[in-house]
Ligand binder design. Structure first.
Ligand code: ATP
Ligand code: MG
Length: 135
């Protein structure tokens, strides 16, 4: 059974749609096995997105991720990583398929509502980053 890391980003938390997003996870058969609401420090956000450090959008990305509370969860289920990416839709909401979380709740490529691990190995690292206690 597979796990993935999900973050409901500050824009979606501010829009009051945590419940609607959770319902999509549950209806797709993804189980929430750990969850925490928190406001990320710059250090936490930079560490989490370290792979993007050299990209031009890195500072904007970090600024956005620390701009308000986020809801972080570990999801578990069959093919959790891919299933969750499918539910999320494309990074740029203008390109996201109808019915995906980003098509329905995201405003821009910066404020794009959700994060999801992009591979099983990345998921392991990301889950350990936020939920070191999770067995
Ligand atoms: P996330 O990692 O947040 O789930 P993603 O995997 O779909 O998103 P990544 O390529 O990992 O996309 O980029 C991380 C985040 O950086 C994106 O969610 C987006 O907000 C921002 N980003 C990515 N590409 C661009 C870009 N070309 N211009 C501006 N921001 C971008
Ligand atoms: Mg990514």
């Amino acid at each position: 059974i597979e796990r993935t890391l999900s973050i409901i980003k500050p824009d979606a938390v501010a829009k009051n749609v945590i419940g609607q997003i959770y319902t999509r996870f549950e209806q797709a058969g993804l189980k929430i096995v750990a969850a925490r609401m928190t406001q990320l420090s710059r250090e936490q956000a930079e560490g989490f997105y370290a792979a993007h450090k050299e990209r031009g959008f890195f500072k904007d990305l970090v600024d956005f991720m620390v701009s308000g509370p986020v809801m972080i969860q570990t999801l578990e289920g069959e093919n959790a990583v891919l299933k969750h990416r499918d539910l999320m839709g494309a990074t740029d909401p203008k390109k996201a398929e109808k019915g995906t979380i980003r098509a329905d709740f995201a405003d821009s490529i910066d404020a794009n509502a959700v994060h999801g691990s992009d591979a099983v190995e990345a998921a392991k690292v990301e889950i350990a980053y936020f939920f070191p206690e999770l067995k």
